[in-house]
Design a protein around this ligand. Structure first.
Ligand code: B4P
Length: 187
């Protein structure tokens, strides 16, 4: 059983590398960003509540996200790839507790390290095709601030558990994937 977190700043390539990891290790992909965007697209009561938060580049509340994750982990078999979750230390603590209650624990947190100017460039480029309302300059700035203050400490939380793997997130998508696989296979 491998439960892996793919971690990094907005635009660092979490979603991109998730595709590779899911296929390579047969994991269940859980992207909280995708789950939340689906709520908005479906016009659910939850979607209406979180739309303005996401449009402003803020983080959705821990309670909502943790509840969504609880439902997914219960149905899993081979292991889960957590993409974009946890994004706060409170979410990380809740995840650790949830997995422990099922006699499981995180195998590793893979951190994709990308310089800020490259992150902004990627997200503005993605804006041309993604149709995502949070891929614009003002929102991107706020997402990066949220990352620095609330999300970065999650890496430290798992470093203390000796589970942090830092990977350079620039270069070709294939070379980054190969570096991730080499690190995961060593575990
Ligand atoms: P997410 O959906 O997680 O999205 P992201 O951080 O913007 O992008 P990601 O890192 O996956 O980048 P991608 O691979 O697409 O979050 C969106 C929002 O949802 C958050 O702001 C928040 O409001 C909310 N949310 C989600 N989870 C939450 C949680 N747990 N708690 C609270 N709120 C939550 O890559 C970006 C671009 O770069 C792509 O266009 C890609 O093609 C390109 N790219 C990737 N790798 C590349 C490479 N090696 N070289 C060049 N370009 C590359």
């Amino acid at each position: 059983m491998r439960d892996i977190i793919i971690f990094g700043a907005p635009g660092s390539g979490k979603g991109t590398q998730s595709e590779f990891l899911v296929n390579h290790y047969g994991l269940t992909h859980v992207s909280t960003g995708d789950l939340l965007r689906k709520e908005i697209a479906d016009g659910t009561p939850l979607g209406c509540r979180i739309k303005s938060i996401m449009d402003n580049g803020g983080l959705v509340s821990d309670d909502i996200v943790v509840e969504m994750i609880g439902n997914v982990v219960a149905n899993d078999t081979l292991g889960v790839l957590f993409d974009g979750f946890p994004r706060t230390v409170a979410q990380a603590e809740a995840l650790d507790k949830l997995l422990a209650s099922r006699q499981r624990s995180i195998s590793c947190l893979i951190s994709l390290d990308v310089p800020q100017d490259e992150l902004i460039k990627r997200m503005l480029l993605r804006a041309a095709t993604s149709g995502r309302s949070d891929d614009n300059e003002a929102t991107i700035k706020n997402r990066l601030l949220e990352y620095e203050s609330k999300t970065k400490p999650v890496a430290e939380h798992y470093r203390k558990q000796n589970k942090l793997i830092s990977i350079c997130g620039t270069g070709s998508i294939e070379s980054i994937a190969a570096n991730i696989a080499a690190a995961v296979d060593k575990l």
